[in-house]
Design a protein around this ligand. Structure first.
Ligand code: UGA
Length: 352
């Protein structure tokens, strides 16, 4: 099988590529503006990488969509602070650029595996979010945080419409707060420039307090990236066509914790980490409260809870998440601590 991954150097793209090349005999064609997360994978004989931009390298994309069996358009801005500050950037990239990719896939009849998001459900009041039954509830237009949710929702609907009217084949997956190595860069110092787990780890490493937006009472279900990739591989394989024109939540309903609890767990993991205990790395962990207006600005609204139904992933694919939240956090924190130390060494800076 030939797989085209746009945004191959991203969090999901890099983990997926690594796994495919390790476990499958598939060829991977990848495009990205950077390759820093790909490591030695870049030299793998079954990996064909091109450095480029989906808004520029359109001919290459169209040609490779025609050549491949499946395309995963993974390029998107996925950080809430950017939805609030630069909603048009989100629209241009997440919606407009990806719509072109989808149209090219329809033209060449190449299966699309589309990364939707848990954010499409917005402030849905269901206890668990069902792919085919739950309503989507988003706030008013002046809360531009919802532009990401709406961009993804409309592309979900466009794909559905191509399936409905033209029999086009696609599968849509909805990640729920995946975490793991390479999630976001922690060297970014801007408030809110990454997702909560990497924001908190970065805060500690930069000697800043972790900031709990609105007291941190809101909840998220965290899923370790390896679990997510297990499911994604099964979706790509699509044995017996079980995922044809299906939308599938990928999350861990058992890892449902408040953001306050998340901060407390990360604090504990840091304090017990061997490199911190042995004082190789000296870090004092602090937690503070902050209002959402101060943290994100007025265009923000939060999701207080979101729990996925994973009945579909279980029944269609026989998938089950394996990692509990502490193991997922431990692996992630450990990765970033070691990266931080390596980075300091590389730059010849003193370790604190
Ligand atoms: C995220 C992003 O929109 C996407 O990456 C993604 O599609 C989706 O969720 C997902 O992975 O399911 P969200 O969970 O709201 O949305 O984003 P985070 O930035 O990770 O924030 C989670 C919660 O922590 C929010 O309630 C936020 O207000 C809070 N937070 C964030 C803090 O309390 N402190 C911080 O420093 C950062």
């Amino acid at each position: 099988m030939k797989i085209l991954i746009l945004g191959v150097n991203g969090f999901i793209g890099s983990h997926l590529t690594e796994r495919i090349l390790r476990d499958k005999d598939w060829e991977v064609y990848g495009l990205d503006i950077r390759f820093d997360k790909l490591g030695s994978v870049i030299r793998h004989p079954r990996f064909h990488f091109v450095k480029g931009d989906i808004t520029v390298n359109k001919k290459w994309i169209d040609y490779n969509i025609k050549k491949c069996d499946v395309v995963l358009p993974l390029v998107a801005i996925a950080t809430p602070a950017t939805y609030v500050k630069h909603p048009l950037k989100v629209f241009n990239l997440d919606f407009e650029a990806n719509l072109e990719v989808i149209k090219s896939a329809v033209k060449h009849n190449t299966r699309v595996i589309f990364p939707s998001t848990s954010e499409v459900y917005g402030m849905c009041t269901d206890e668990i979010f069902d792919e085919d039954k739950s309503n989507f509830i988003v706030g008013p237009i002046n809360k531009q945080r919802w532009i990401y949710s709406c961009c993804k929702q409309l592309l979900d609907r466009v794909l559905w419409a191509y399936g409905f009217e033209k029999g086009f084949n696609f599968s849509t997956f909805r990640p729920y707060n995946w975490l793991g190595p390479r999630l976001d860069s922690i060297s970014a110092t801007k408030e809110g420039s990454s997702r909560v787990v990497t924001q908190f780890i970065g805060n500690i490493l930069r000697d800043e307090p972790m900031k709990l937006v609105n007291g941190g009472h809101q909840k998220r279900c965290f899923l370790y990236v390896d679990d997510g990739i297990d499911c994604l591989i099964k979706i790509i394989e699509n044995k017996g066509g079980v995922c044809d024109r299906e939308i599938i939540n990928i999350g861990n309903p058992d890892n449902n914790i408040t953001i306050r609890d998340l901060a407390a767990r990360i604090k504990k993991i840091f304090e017990r980490h061997p490199l911190v205990k042995s004082k190789v790395l000296k870090k004092k962990v602090r937690i503070e409260d902050i209002s959402q207006d101060r943290f994100y600005g007025e265009g923000y609204q939060d999701v207080t809870f979101r729990v996925p139904s994973i009945k579909k992933a279980r029944t269609l694919l026989g998938w089950e998440p394996k990692y509990d939240v502490d193991t997922a956090l431990m692996k992630t924190v450990d990765y970033y601590i070691r990266e931080y130390i390596e980075d300091k060494k590389r730059c010849g800076k003193e370790l604190r």
